[in-house]
Design a protein around this ligand. Structure first.
Ligand SMILES: [Zn+2]
Ligand SMILES: [Zn+2]
Length: 381
């Protein structure tokens, strides 16, 4: 279907999703405040609201996103079950459906015809609009999730999604409310308001995280890094990094960057519930940063009138950049070789240590080159 036809609203309304969003939103802005004014909410209801909200958000980011969609680490079946349980409660479809759409989002990012929540189609579309109608771009492509189709836990949740989703959204809050002695209070806060809040916090990843923030790693797509969005999205606001290095279990690279999903995944390793956490090597990340800065500096210089001094500086940066790129390529090649050799039991110990010391030497040289380039680039402003 042509994009113009899609935009003209030809795609049929997805009534189940539309009714769910409208109904829960209306209750959130009418019945919930009214009940609060006339009856009041117990502190326990707010605590359950917070716990369920956090569990839903983390199940989506740590489970649906970083585990199922991107395989950035391996998880113990107990943790997978928890993700699938609280992920279904977040009412964002089964993990299989979610991962299928998300992998297509990464592959065809910003393509209005194929990216299911293409940010170029506007804030409303990427935030929620893409779910309100059955757009062709939203059709799940299960050929992208063959690996997940072999996971019996993922398939059980997929096949029983409605049962799990309804029982967690109605049964669980009602049961907890009954146990606390405030059935309606808990249902309204931990059932309905929690669902509405959970939806919008995670929907910001597809909308705000593609519109507001900086682009330190690449400006070839709309993904942005933004610490404020990270606060709202359990760490997923470092989206420019994520779209560049989707196989890294972290989104916030630095230890101080707000990424509770990263902290949760790494702390679960201590308990033996996660393993093989994937990290992109430091040099690859630095190289992406430099590539991006270099291209920007080139563009800026090209737009300036030709001044001899600037040209000289440009030539020096180009030279340094060239040397750095070559060193990184050599480092990557050596590292690959070293990894291969490590895997091979036949390799002689002395050869390995020789390679390791060459790697260390090269890494030291790379750090120096990198610093030199940063100093040169700083002169460009
Ligand atoms: Zn994205
Ligand atoms: Zn992703």
């Amino acid at each position: 279907m042509a994009l113009s036809a899609v935009r003209a609203g030809v795609a049929p309304i997805n009534w189940a999703a539309a009714l769910m969003f409208v109904l829960t939103s209306v209750v959130a802005v009418t019945v919930i405040p009214w009940y609060g004014i006339t009856h009041g909410y117990h502190a326990a209801a707010w605590i359950v609201f917070t716990l369920f909200l956090g569990a839903n958000g983390m199940a989506i980011t740590c489970g649906y996103h970083r585990l199922f969609a991107h395989c950035t680490y391996e998880a113990h079946p107990i943790l997978k079950v928890a993700y699938l349980f609280f992920g279904a409660m977040a009412l964002q479809n089964s993990a299989l459906n979610w991962a299928a759409a998300h992998r297509v989002h990464h592959r065809f990012i910003d393509d209005p015809e194929r990216d299911p929540y293409c940010a170029r189609r506007g804030f409303w579309f990427s935030h929620i609009g893409w779910m309100l109608r059955s757009y062709p771009s939203g059709e799940p492509d299960f050929s992208t999730v063959r690996d997940l189709q072999r996971d019996p836990l993922v398939m059980w949740q997929h096949n029983h999604y409605l049962l799990v989703a309804l029982s967690t959204n109605f049964g669980l809050p009602l049961l907890v409310g009954y146990l606390i002695g405030d059935v309606w209070g808990v249902f309204l806060l931990a059932g309905v308001l929690r669902l509405v809040a959970s939806h919008h916090f995670t929907f910001f990843i597809n909308s705000l995280a593609h519109m507001w923030g900086s682009q330190p790693y690449t400006d070839e797509n709309t993904a942005r890094d933004n610490p404020v969005v990270a606060l709202l999205t359990y760490g997923e606001g470092y989206h420019n990094f994520h779209h560049m290095f989707a196989h890294d279990y972290r989104n916030g690279l630095r230890w101080w960057q707000w990424d509770p999903s990263k902290w949760f995944i790494s702390s679960m390793r201590v308990l033996g519930l996660t393993r093989n956490l994937k990290r992109v090597p430091w040099f690859r990340i630095q190289r992406a940063l430099l590539d991006n800065q270099f291209q920007r500096a080139e563009r800026r210089l090209a737009s300036l009138p030709g001044r001899a001094q600037l040209e000289q500086l440009r030539a020096r940066i180009a030279e340094e950049y060239d040397a750095f790129s070559k060193a990184v390529a050599e480092w990557a090649h050596l590292r690959e070789q070293w990894l291969e050799d490590t895997k091979r039991a036949m390799v002689e110990r002395w050869e390995q240590s020789n390679l390791q010391s060459r790697l260390r030497e090269l890494e030291y040289g790379l750090r120096l080159q990198y610093r030199r380039m940063r100093v040169l680039q700083a002169q460009l402003g």
